[in-house]
Design a protein around this ligand. Structure first.
Ligand SMILES: [Zn+2]
Length: 331
């Protein structure tokens, strides 16, 4: 039986069940948190809050959360382990990789390829081995293995730092077979840049890649083209209602893509967190649908009322995630 690593150990892919492909437990800025911990408050309160929120999601029948929190987003696995132990009914799959829209973190600035020019020989990127170790040996000394890779490209496009990380992710992917999720900015057609760098130059098979945040777009023709390349489209910010991204807009593009025959190319999620320190808590309080329960409560019923079949819902929530975690041969 094919299996996938979770925080609580390996799980048969057949048992992943309903899977949200892009949820965070926490999104944090560790250096700020270490020095200004007032908003975070008591550690045990945050852990208890996360346990309660994850239990509520599991009570709806969701069985697996895929958490793409990596360097740049405040990944800290010991805390996640503590939470996962208390919610054994929910599988938590964690990631390795690096998240930036422009530069690499300073830790990497004068290492690896950054030195190549100065000394005239190609210096391998230490990121590649770090990512591979997270997948094959485990993260730090937690024993928890990452099961997928994450990187980002946003409105600034393919900057030097973004390119370096995406290349490292591509290399670690081909060495391990672990699938990839890329944070994209579909309004700027960054999926095309992912295709060029990761797939055309890096040899990565698009069917192994989720283009995260594709659901921010309502451009069905553009999304159809990306799906035709083989990419999996992350319709993964349900509940983020900002500007034109209304509840209906986010649902209607899924309806349209299903109508066009792409149910086997989409996955659903909220990109929510139990606590995210990137956003003023007063604003989060207003975003009352941005939570782990919204898809089951509101989105699935809306999709069904608008012609999406139970088989298509199943493909997006169960079949496609399972296929993503079974398609893990190195090459
Ligand atoms: Zn995210």
């Amino acid at each position: 039986m094919p299996s996938v690593e979770t925080v609580n150990g390996p799980v048969d892919t057949a048992d992943l069940g309903r899977t949200y492909m892009h949820e965070h437990v926490f999104v944090l800025t560790p250096e700020v948190q270490m020095n200004y911990p007032e908003e975070w408050g008591r550690e045990e309160d945050r852990v208890a809050d996360a346990v309660a929120k994850l239990k509520a999601a599991a009570a709806q029948g969701t069985k697996t959360f895929v958490d793409p929190t990596v360097i740049g987003l405040g990944r800290y696995i010991p805390r996640i382990q503590q939470i996962a132990k208390q919610v054994p009914e929910l599988n938590l799959i964690v990631a390795t990789g690096c998240y930036t829209y422009d530069h690499v973190p300073f830790f990497f600035h004068f290492r690896g390829p950054a030195l190549s020019e100065a000394i005239g020989v190609d210096v391998p990127d230490p990121m590649v081995d770090m990512f591979i170790r997270d997948i094959t040996e485990g993260i730090a000394d937690t024993g928890v293995k990452a099961a997928f890779l994450k990187c980002a490209i946003d409105e600034y496009g393919m900057t030097k730092g973004v390119r370096r990380i995406m290349r490292a992710v591509g290399q670690a992917h081909r060495a391990t077979g672990a699938p990839i999720t890329v944070h994209t900015h579909p309004g700027n057609h960054t999926g095309m840049e992912v295709k060029k760098l990761l797939c055309d130059e890096g040899g990565v098979d698009p069917t192994r890649v989720v283009l995260g945040h594709s659901g921010d777009s309502t451009d069905a023709d553009h999304l159809s083209m990306l799906a035709d390349f083989g990419f999996i489209l992350g319709m993964d910010r349900f509940g983020v209602h900002v500007g034109d991204s209304t509840f209906e807009a986010r649902c209607d593009i899924v309806v349209e893509m299903c109508r066009r025959g792409y149910a086997d190319r989409m996955v659903l999620s909220h990109d929510a967190a139990c606590y995210i320190d990137w956003i003023d808590p007063n604003i989060i309080a207003v975003m009352d649908k941005w939570n782990y329960l919204h898809i089951a409560d509101d989105v699935v019923p809306y999709l069904q009322e608008h012609g999406v079949t139970p088989d298509q819902i199943d493909a997006m929530l169960v079949g496609n995630p399972r296929r993503y975690f079974e398609n893990t041969k190195a090459y």
